[in-house]
Design a protein around this ligand. Structure first.
Ligand SMILES: Cc1cc2nc3c(=O)[nH]c(=O)nc-3n(C[C@H](O)[C@H](O)[C@H](O)COP(=O)(O)OP(=O)(O)OC[C@H]3O[C@@H](n4cnc5c(N)ncnc54)[C@H](O)[C@@H]3O)c2cc1C
Length: 442
């Protein structure tokens, strides 16, 4: 009997998990040992992160444990191996990946016959001074906890502050970036503030403000203009201030400075302005494009690097009509599936296929039971129906009935009860913590 091919997938996000899942269902005669390496033992369902940040969904409920997802049982036909760890290097000659365990810091080498890089993306500060230190991104589960903790912390301090300028700064929440993440977060944040201010009788709701700063002159730049206009009108009606067509020059403990010199005072600045492909790709000496994404062929094989494949946000996968596929979960999932078929084809000596996919429409939730959905043909669905469509679609995309049931229950409970206002005391430590920013601004 032939020796099973060792397929190592680095990255347990949408692309990596889709690939591992598809590889798991091997056909008769195919043999492979699949190992998924990831720095967390769960897959994060990012489309629900803005809602989780404001507590409408329990954070745990959008985290799918990878061991359960992969049916880890020792690498038989139905299961896969899982290695918790950070891939810190790849030896392309010897075909090994060095993986450091995040808890023990032990480094071990994993051998591969085929290597899949599904590393995703990280936040990009776009070189703006102060972003790393004085803003919170919204990319990880920890970020969501910190956003929530800062928002509630700011209200707690406002409630006991008499200094009018300080109250003003504390009760302004700035979201930098007006694309999907920024718009969804602003909508959810506005709704969250609206429903919890009743517990802060000393704070005038009219003095609390959410501001979205976006460098282009409209929101939701990846969608046709009418979508951005609709989102803008909904957010404005709710009192969100939109600062469009203006760029952030720097962020400091007091707030945001725009390139034209205007300042927006704020103790809570959330950075949703950009992502960049994982920096590991560049460190590996693999060919990357000007944005740092790994250059692949249409079949995901990394150019000039045999036995290495790349998918998802870390990869620049060419579109047949020119350009590359956008960093979206829907692309990452489809790429992961085809990648699995291509690896099987390669192992079986058959030709691989190029990725061809027309994105389904995109959608953004706007909070307060409203959303904007792009239908086929560029048509637009808005309001409660769009909100229902958003929820139904993403509920169905959550991995497994366990997560789906928990999130559906969270949503049901959120319709009946007010949101939680407890602030977890330990999540926001370090020099860019709320306490630190608050102290250094005085
Ligand atoms: C707030 C937010 C909302 C979003 N909403 C939507 C949406 O509504 N619709 C949509 O289509 N897309 C959405 N996206 C984009 C979507 O999340 C990404 O396109 C998708 O996650 C890409 O999948 P991926 O597998 O390439 O990367 P990821 O899902 O980011 O997974 C990469 C994984 O690799 C791990 N990893 C990275 N480096 C290493 C290493 N060196 N060693 C080990 N493990 C490593 C990471 O920890 C992570 O688990 C959203 C993103 C965010 C942040």
């Amino acid at each position: 009997m032939s020796v099973p091919a060792r397929i190592v997938i680095v990255g347990g996000g949408f692309a990596g998990v889709a690939a591992a899942r598809a590889l798991r269902s091997l056909r008769k005669g195919e043999r492979a040992e699949i190992t998924l390496v990831s720095r967390q033992n769960f897959m994060l369902f990012t489309p629900m992160l803005p809602e989780a940040a404001v507590g409408s969904i329990e954070l745990q409920h959008i985290m799918q444990p990878l061991r359960a997802e992969l049916r880890v049982n020792g690498g038989t036909r139905r299961g896969s191996h899982f290695e918790l760890g950070d891939a810190i290097g790849v030896d392309l000659e010897r075909r090994t990946v060095s993986v450091r365990h995040p808890l023990t810091h032990d480094v071990r080498l994993i051998e591969y016959d085929e290597l899949v890089l599904a590393l995703g993306a990280t936040d990009s500060t776009m070189g703006v001074p102060g972003v790393e230190r004085f803003t919170v991104p919204l990319k990880t589960i920890g970020d969501a906890e910190i956003v929530r903790s800062r928002v509630i912390g700011a209200l707690e301090v406002t409630a006991k502050t008499n200094d009018l300028l300080e109250r003003d700064r504390l009760s302004r929440f700035v979201v930098v970036g007006g694309n999907f993440t920024g718009v969804e977060l602003a909508g959810e944040l506005q709704a969250f503030l609206h429903s919890i201010l009743r517990y802060y009788p000393g704070i005038d709701p009219a003095s609390v403000e959410v501001v979205v700063v976006e460098s282009s002159d409209r929101l939701l730049g990846h969608l046709p203009e009418k979508f951005g206009k609709y989102a803008a009108s909904v957010l404005r009606k709710r009192g969100t201030r939109l600062v469009l067509g203006r760029e952030v020059n720097a962020v400091d403990p007091h707030g945001v400075e725009l390139k034209d010199g205007e300042r927006i005072e704020s103790a809570t600045v959330i950075w949703a302005a950009g992502v960049a492909p994982s920096p590991l790709a560049k460190q590996l000496g693999i060919k990357t494009n000007e944005h740092g994404a790994i250059e692949t062929g249409g079949d995901f094989a990394v150019a000039g690097t045999p036995h290495v494949w790349a998918v998802g946000d870390c990869a620049a996968v060419p579109r047949p009509q020119g350009g590359t596929y956008a960093p979206l979960a829907q692309n990452a999932i489809r790429e992961g599936k085809l990648l699995a078929a291509n690896i099987r084809a390669r192992l079986g000596g058959k030709p691989t296929k190029n990725f061809r996919y027309s994105e389904l429409g995109q959608m953004a939730s706007l909070g307060h039971r409203n959303a904007v959905v792009e239908l086929p043909g560029g048509r637009m669905l808005t309001g409660a129906l769009a909100w229902f469509a958003w929820r139904t679609y993403y509920l169905g995309r959550l991995p497994g009935w366990n997560r789906r049931t928990r999130v559906a229950l969270d949503w049901t409970l959120a319709l009946a009860f007010p949101p939680e206002t407890a602030r977890l005391p330990l999540v926001d430590k370090g020099e860019s913590s709320f306490e630190d920013i608050h102290a250094s601004s005085r």
